[in-house]
Design a binder for this molecule. Structure first.
Ligand SMILES: Nc1ncnc2c1ncn2[C@@H]1O[C@H](COP(=O)(O)OP(=O)(O)O)[C@@H](O)[C@H]1O
Ligand SMILES: [Mg+2]
Length: 456
């Protein structure tokens, strides 16, 4: 392949879009990528951080995606540019380039409609956060923010599920993400499903946000198709929080309540139909269709949110707790869950004079009543079989494999497998692979909760 010719083509494309030629570093990243180099190698060559190279590359793929009307990434840029050069750019070197039958004139970079995709403008997006909570403090989550930004901006992912148990920080992270990426969007919308609105109510609410050309239809199909039109016409980020409210209690994870099944179709269409926007959902449980879709659809991704890690020390600092040397143990005990740590910090302040060491001297973990109430909401959803498995796991001092649980519980293999799978989807059970065996266990907080509520 003629690398120089491909670089020249890319430069012309970028110039046509932005009015600026490729910068030295951008060209180097493109050359390195085409020649199979990793970002880390390019970073080393230029004595720059890998993160910086990634950021510059991300912007470049985005511009090329816009111009070429397809998703350009590190993995496919070589192929796409080679193909573009071969098929679409026979006129290269002339004043006008033709890309996918759209005429681009390098001398008039402002001629905006080179693609059907909305232009990313520097104007303020329309932001409607509805009843989103205000975020006063935010610590870390740097790697998750980078991943999500890459998925949304570089990879143009259409449907993202952010999963995690209650209190781990899904709402906070998704709202913080807005700050980071808002300039890429025309519309940014946040809605919570905490009161379980029907799909009809949710769509009516969303459609009202856009400039109305006609009345909002009543029929779900027409509503979805109108929303998809907006998602094509504008680049939108729609965050739908508390999606777990759509699922049943007393049934295996991810089963829609009666009357809410049409959300399934909505999520599926968002993933499968071509548009320029992103639907970002937060949930305790992974919706079943997302698990199915992400197998074959590159536009669907899932991120499971875990411990806040050592950044949670900032929460303890805000609460003015003492004995800093013991904070790491406290964070580990409460699984780095910001809400659990906030609730526990209140107990430590109120009853232990702020001393973390004194608190840990007691038989930790102590579960504050409001922490138990948080877990009650999640446990109320379990089936009898799931609860039986949780009680058995709470009795075990070591992780156990499925056959060991089967020996003790009076369950058929199918029922046990379904119960465990469902508990894993609910993120209530920890899973560890060792050799060819999978082991299951409960973390210390779960164990204590199950013992308190179901075994005393
Ligand atoms: N990264 C963070 N930095 C500081 N506080 C956080 C962070 N993530 C979560 N919190 C705090 O933890 C609590 C629970 O967070 P939230 O986002 O509501 O969790 P979820 O939506 O997963 O239930 C909130 O009080 C929030 O302020
Ligand atoms: Mg939340």
């Amino acid at each position: 392949m003629d690398v120089q010719a491909v670089l020249k083509l890319a430069d012309e494309l970028v110039f046509a879009k932005t009015g600026k030629h490729l910068e030295y570093l951008e060209e180097a990243i493109l050359r390195g990528t085409i020649q199979g180099q990793k970002y880390s190698q390019i970073a080393e060559d230029f004595h720059l951080s890998e993160g910086h190279i990634r950021d510059v590359a991300c912007e470049l793929w985005k511009i090329l995606s816009d111009v070429l009307e397809e998703n350009v990434s590190k993995a496919n840029v070589r192929y796409i540019l080679e193909r573009a050069k071969f098929y679409n750019f026979s006129t290269i070197g002339n004043d006008n380039l033709t890309i996918n039958n759209v005429n681009i004139c390098p001398q008039t970079p402002q001629s905006p409609q080179v693609t059907q995709q909305p232009q990313e403008t520097s104007t303020q997006p329309h932001i409607d956060l509805g009843d989103a909570p205000e975020i006063f403090r935010f610590y870390d989550r740097t790697s998750q923010l980078t991943t999500l930004e890459n998925w949304i901006i570089c990879d143009r992912t259409r449907l993202i599920a952010l999963l995690g148990i209650s209190g781990i920080g899904k709402t906070t992270l998704s709202l913080r993400l807005i700050e980071q990426i808002k300039t890429h969007f025309d519309y940014i919308i946040y809605r919570s499903l905490r009161f379980s609105p029907t799909l009809n109510a949710t769509l009516t609410n969303l459609l009202q946000i856009f400039p109305q050309q006609a009345d909002i239809p009543q029929n779900i199909e027409t509503q979805i198709s109108q929303l998809l039109n907006y998602l094509r016409q504008y680049r939108c980020l729609i965050i739908i929080d508390d999606v777990q409210m759509l699922f049943c209690s007393g049934q295996l994870a991810g089963q829609y309540k009666t009357g809410y099944e049409d959300y399934q179709l909505f999520f599926k269409l968002i993933a499968e139909v071509n548009h320029n926007s992103c639907l970002f959902i937060n949930s305790w449980e992974k919706p079943r269709e997302i698990a199915k879709l992400e197998v074959n659809n590159n536009y669907v991704r899932t991120l499971v949110l875990g411990s806040l890690g050592l950044a949670a020390k900032e929460i303890l600092k805000d609460r003015k707790l003492s004995d800093e040397e013991a904070w790491e143990t406290l964070i580990d005990t409460y699984q780095g869950n910001p809400l659990w740590l906030e609730l526990t910090a209140s107990t430590i302040q109120d009853l232990f004079g702020g001393s973390v060491s004194d608190f840990l001297q007691c038989d930790a973990p102590i579960l504050d009543e409001s922490l138990q109430a948080q877990l009650d909401q999640q446990f109320q959803r379990l089936t009898q079989q799931e609860l039986a498995v949780m009680i058995q796991l709470a009795k075990e001092s070591e992780p156990v494999a499925l056959p060991d649980i089967l020996k003790i519980l009076q369950l058929s293999v199918s029922n046990l497998v379904n119960a465990i799978r469902s508990l894993v989807i609910r993120l209530l059970v920890e899973v560890k692979e060792e050799g060819k065996t999978t082991f299951f266990s409960l973390n210390t907080v779960m164990k204590e909760y199950v013992k308190n509520r179901y075994m005393r």
